[in-house]
Design a protein around this ligand. Structure first.
Ligand code: 13P
Length: 237
């Protein structure tokens, strides 16, 4: 399964390294078989030991190799550290940073050209959820517009906006219904994100079509994150 942590705007270069090395050690000593991902802030990207199932990825990049885009990082800056997994379409970038679907598709196509893993996020706001499942699915498919859903290295993360950072998790039946409908058209692995924590991870990972989780808040605690990796291992035993 894929157990991914999105650090968002947390951790420094030094503290991120300590966290990553502790998780590497945990994977090594427990013989974990999980595919672990940690998306750090850009300033914490670095070269890490590639001998484990853990990959460090980028939360964001500007869809250019390099150039004049003040404040942005291009692909050259990711390649320096052999970054081969990125988040695209996260709701915080869609809503707070105002990324349009056209721009998101541009980023997707750029990363696809590079043949790297893309964790592509979709998710509906509360007012859409209140209109029912058909409205939710229509919204999610719009968020996949311009995206090659047949891309080999695509992973889709379903993260309902109203469940992110709120402590509210979608009900298992709601998640299952969305995942079943997504999987009917998508071959890619599906993740769930939105207030995943130690207490609910096993239930979430047991939902049909759920291949893993993308965790924010609860994953920022090293012990909790390792416990979540261990939970996935236990489910697979
Ligand atoms: P929380 O786990 O804090 O709800 O965040 C989820 C998320 O946005 C992961 O990308």
């Amino acid at each position: 399964m894929i157990i991914a942590s999105n650090f968002k705007t947390n951790y420094t270069r030094k503290s991120a390294r300590a966290f990553i090395e502790a998780v590497q050690q945990f994977i090594h000593t427990t013989h974990s078989t999980q595919e672990v991902r940690i998306y750090t802030p850009a300033t914490a990207l670095d070269s890490f030991d590639a001998n484990t199932l853990l990959r460090v990825g980028a939360q964001n990049f500007y869809p250019v190799q390099n150039g004049s885009f003040t404040g942005e990082i291009g692909f050259e800056q990711l390649e320096e550290f052999h970054i081969n997994t990125v988040l695209i379409g996260h709701s915080e970038r869609r809503h707070i940073l105002k990324e349009t679907q056209a721009f998101i598709a541009q980023k997707f196509n750029f990363a696809k050209e590079k043949a790297i893993e893309i964790v592509y996020c979709v998710g509906e706001p509360r007012e859409i959820r209140e209109k029912g499942i058909d409205a939710v699915m229509a919204y999610l498919w719009e968020q996949l517009e311009g995206i090659d859903i047949g891309y080999t290295h695509l992973i889709v993360a379903y993260e309902p906006v109203w469940a992110i950072g709120t402590g509210l998790t979608a009900s298992n039946s709601d998640i299952e219904e969305v995942m079943a409908r997504l999987q009917a058209k998508l071959d890619s692995p599906l993740l769930y994100g939105g207030s995943v924590k130690v207490e609910n991870i096993k239930d979430i990972l047991s939902i049909p079509h759920c291949s893993g989780v993308l965790v924010g808040t609860a994953s920022w605690d090293i012990k909790a994150f390792c416990t979540m990796i261990q939970s996935a291992d236990q489910l697979e035993q």
